[in-house]
Design a protein around this ligand. Structure first.
Ligand code: FES
Length: 165
């Protein structure tokens, strides 16, 4: 089902863990499968005084594809400017892993969403302008996370939806 590269990132995830003094933290959830992911970023400056992702870590409570895509997304984001990191798509992550089974493509969205949330958190905390598209994504991600947490903390909802899945 998974290619060698995906299995490598699943078995030896890069950048897994927590940054205690993170500048931005993104938490996301998928309310269909119940998987949850966190991304932590430390922001620095490049030679042009642009904000860059100096360090990045993740924690994922999820499937093999969610772990592999988190690992790859952090590898792709590390060292990029904030502006460039915001352009990363779930397709970029899946392509960099040599492809994912179609039923697992949504797992890579969790990783790019967590990155957007971590950047949103950084921009809001530092009072920097939040681009409109980032705000729109943040509102969707926040709603999805609330639904995920509600489902995972409410056995009745979980039971009802599992009979539909
Ligand atoms: S099945 Fe939930 S993120 Fe993969």
């Amino acid at each position: 089902m998974y290619n060698e590269k995906v299995m490598d990132h699943f078995s030896n995830p890069r950048n897994m863990g927590v940054i205690e003094d993170a500048d931005g933290i993104g938490k996301v959830g998928n309310f269909v499968c119940g998987d949850i992911m966190w991304i932590y970023i430390k922001v620095g400056k490049n030679n042009n005084s642009e904000d860059i992702i100096e360090d990045i870590r993740f924690r994922t409570m999820g499937c093999a594809a969610a772990i592999a895509t988190s690992s790859m997304a952090t590898e792709l984001a590390k060292g990029r400017t904030i502006t460039s990191a915001l352009k990363l798509t779930k397709q970029d992550v899946a392509d960099s892993l040599g492809g994912l089974p179609a039923v697992k493509l949504h797992c890579s969205l969790l990783a790019t969403d967590a990155l957007v949330e971590a950047i949103y958190d950084y921009l809001s905390k530092t009072g920097l302008p939040v681009p409109d598209d980032v705000l729109t994504k943040h509102n969707r991600i926040k709603t999805d996370l609330e639904k995920t947490e509600k489902k995972c903390m409410n056995p009745k909802v979980q039971q009802d939806s599992s009979t539909k899945d």
